[in-house]
Every structure is written in C-alpha cells, then in structure tokens.
Write a protein that binds this ligand. Sequence first.
Ligand code: M6R
Length: 601
Amino acid sequence: MCGIIGYTGYSDARGKLIKGLKVLEYRGYDSAGIAVKTNGQDEIIKCKGRVEKLEKITESITNSTTGIGHTRWATHGEVSDTNSHPHKFGKVTLVHNGIIENYKSHVRKYSLEGKLQSQTDSEVAAAVIDSCYDTDPISAIYNAVKEFKGTFAFAVMFDDIKDKIFAIRNVSPIVICRNNDGAYIASDILAIGEYSKEYFVLPEMSVAVLEKSKVEVFNTSGEKIEPEMMPYDWSNNDSGKGGYPFFMEKEIMEQPDVIQKTVAGRIKDGFVDFSSDNIDDSLFENIDNISIIACGTAMHAGLIGKGLIEANIRIPCEVHYASEFMYKSPIINKNTLVICVSQSGETIDTLEALKYAKRQGAKSLSIVNVRGSSIARESDSVIYTWAGPEIAVASTKAYTTQVCIFFLITARLAQINGTMSKNEISSFIEQIELLPDAVKYVLDSREKLHHLANSMLSAEHVFMIGRGQDYYALMEASLKLKEISYIHCEAFASGELKHGTIALITEGTPVVALMTQEKLKLKQISNITEVKSRGAKVITLIKKSLNDGSLECSFELPDLADDFMVVPSVVAMQLLAYYVSSDKGLDVDKPRNLAKVVTVE
Ligand code: M6R
C-alpha cells in the first residue's frame, strides 16, 4: 500500500516523480505529494486527491533535479492535505510505506506532543530520525529505525545534504535502478522500469544512498555491500492502457495471450515440465497434505486448485485466508507443501503466513506474478505467472493465469503419483491447451454480456449460485462485481441456499446461475427453478453441451472438460462486472477504499 518514488540526477525531478506516481497510483489514491530540493531547501507540495491534481499544483517546479514522492492509502490519520506525504520534521523529509506500530511510544519518548502537524506515524518517524541526526545520515537512519516496530520502507532527504536520497526498508519493498541520467527508487519496479534493464531490491535493513552518478548500499555494520541485480523484462508498452478506456478491460482482453505464455513453456512432449522454473519433482514427493495460502482473488484461485488436486490427486488440501493462517494453529509439518498465491508477491498477510509455515518446517512453493517480489524471494520455489503488469485494482488476468498454474501442478502431481494414466494426462493437457481459444470465444461474444449487465445496473443485491467448482468460480465473480460496482453480491453453493438465504430472494432479485458441471446439472436445474419460482430474475451461464433447452440460457459458454470450465466462466463474469461498473460511470480501475497492493496486516 502507498507508492514511493524518488529521483536524483541531471534532469527535471518533478516530471519524473509525477510520471512515476501516475504508475504507482494503483497502490493507493487517497492523496499524493512530492518534496524536491530547490536551492538547497526541501520544498513540499502535497494534496488530498489524485496525482492529476498534484500535477497541476506543482507545474511551477522546474528547477529541481532531486526529489521524492508518494501516493497514499491512508492508515493512520484521515485523508487530508496535512496527513499526505512527504512529511518534514527538522532537517528530515521523508515518504513512508508501511506502519510503525509503536509510534505513540516515540511521541512520548521524544517529547513530540504539540510539535507534530499530522496524525501520522510517518511524521513521528521523521522526527525520530531528525533527533538521531547530527552529521551522519546513515547512522541516524539506523539508530532511528532500530526502535521501530512494524513494516516500513522510507525514502529520506536531509535539508543540509545536497542531491542525495537515502532509503531503508523492513518487509515493505523498495527497488532501485540507475542509468546515465541519474538514480531512481520506487516501491514498485513498474514505476522506474523504463529507465533501466536491471534493478535491485534493497536488502532489508540496509541503507541505500542514491547520488546522481552512483548508488551505494551499506549493511548495519556500515560495510558497503553489492546487492544482487535482477533483469527487468516487462516491456514498457505492457503498462499502458493500449487504447482501452480502462486497464481492467485491457487486462481482461489480454487473457488468451497471457494464458498461452503461462502454460506454453511448461508443456514439453505432452507432459508438464517445471525445469525452466528450477523445480524438480522432489518438491512434490512425500507430501501428505497441501495448504494453499492467499488473499482475495488469489485465494479464490487457490480454491480451484484445491478442487483440482483433491479430485484428481487425492491429496488433502486446505485453503487458508492468509490473514487467519497463523492464528488458527494450522496443522502443518515437513510433509506439508505450502502453496502461496499472490499477484503482487507483496501482500503482507501472505508473506507473514509463508514465513510462519517455513518456521514449522513446511516446504514452500509460490505462484507469483511480480518477479523478485518478497513472496517469491521468501519461497523455496516459485512458479511465475506470465500475466505481465496488472494495474487495475480488480484482478483478472492474474487469476486466470494462477488457475492455469494449478492445472499444470495437478498434471505434474498426477504423473508423479500415478493417479492418472498417460492417456488421461494427455487429455488433461490438451484441455489446458484449449483454454486460450475458449477465452477468445467469450471475449468475442462480449456484447451479449454487456447487454446482460444492463439488467443489474440498478440492483442493490445480486446473488450467484453454482455447485462444485462453479461455486468457487462464482466466489471470484461475486468479488469482482462487489469491488468495482458497489453492488452487494454473494455467491452460494446452490444447495445451501434453501438453508436460509433463499429468504432474501424476492420479485426481481437478480440471480446469476452458473452451470458447467455435468454431474451436477440436474441438481443445479432444480436449484435454479427454486429461485425462479420465488420471483428471481435469473441470468444463466451454461456450458454449451449442457444447454439442452431445459432452461433459458442467457449466455452460452464454450465446451471444455468440467475441470477447465472455470476459466471461460470467470472471464465471462469479469466482463459482466466490468460492464456494470463502467455503465454506472464508476472509476473501474480505482474503486473506492481499495489499493492494488496490500502491505498492511
Ligand atoms: O497481490 P495479491 O494477489 O497477493 O493480492 C491479494 C488480494 O489483495 C487481491 O487478489 C484482491 O483481492 C484483488 N485485487 C481483487 O480483485
């Protein structure tokens, strides 16, 4: 949460900061600000609202080549100009991502009562660094942060130090790169990736010093260290809107391609092969149980993974909300494979749960989109999705590619454990290879979904019903609709509806019913009929081969084997949610109260 950017070099800093903040805005968009060095002073301009507003009010700053910037997702203190970053105390100006849990004790210890402008923990951090500062900025930063409890990433400038930016982090990410024009720092490589083909992740509790012509990193003993450089391989074009009005639409439309990229390199001679991920079969051997850990959409992908693994491999598999995992004494040991799923690779709940699982001796594998992210680095093994940058807050292509990785894992486990014959594995893989075309079919029929979306525009509540894997797919569809259209929506296992919730169905209540699972068809028809006879306005999405006229079909889904229907089904429902939100005139990419990367617990 919150985006950090910084630049020191030979060009206009304000332009680079604003450009970076526009990219980072998806991390939080409550307020934005920059601090630039002009004639030796640190000048701060910040405001409640979007980066666009900040861009206008900073137009006059043309004479600075060093600065830091921030886009905020409020944690401590209301959304206001004053609580926006950067914060300045004494000689210290900083931007902060994360939470200083014990900041109140520092207010007392450093006698800061009545001296602070804002209600933020970040301003307290600036004050503590300032108190520790005499002439040595690196020691001041170390001495201050060793008193902080919590997660943080700071970019810091000192009034009396020309053209230098200092940075330190604990858990919250910071990436750094440089080129002939200067040095760049950000909370997310997307913001600075265009400036260099390589970058590094600042090691935890090391201080980086950015100067115009060099970047140095020092460990806690003050020794200079060489951080590991990583390639940046996402093209800059990947992060534009590509002519679409919203990133979400662009990202939905990219799914055939990114699914293809995600699976193609991992299928060799008709079998799944993870050697390009440096994963050998020992990771999957001697496993008694699997625990999948994730949040939100990634957790929904995990539910699909559970269904696939339990049905096809017969290994018990639990799915956990990352935020609950370690507090419920999970039963894991050295024969547990923990699979963490995360688009950003930075979700703090997932990261902390992963660390906990490793401490209990579990083996770990992560399914991650962002290369070099914290979760990727913390796991024993990583399988990257090839979704490319996902900017819209509502996750779409990350989900479908995560589900595809679960298809691949299932096929590999089946081969290792002998739970499927060679022919069965071949047919399973053929289905994986059919996915891009199945998704294309849905995308090509999107106008029908647009039309269906009309019937939900004025709804206050929508219910979604399905059985088996369809129920898990609907959990994701329901999250999509809620988060971008602000319509209350709940997904139910169809059979469960009559144990209470059916009381909420009245004349005209929209109910989305998904029917793709052959063995559950007759039961699902009965459940759909039950809600219809209570007045529900039912929108049915039915797999082609099950569409035999027994029900009115609102949208026909292409035929795949049941296990694979989740992908075209969810893509159809992503579009449904997208059209509801865009036709309501909402900010599809930046729904209220949300942020793309959730780095607070
Ligand atoms: O980056 P992650 O995949 O770990 O993020 C987890 C959730 O915050 C995320 O999936 C969220 O639910 C989606 N943005 C919702 O569309």
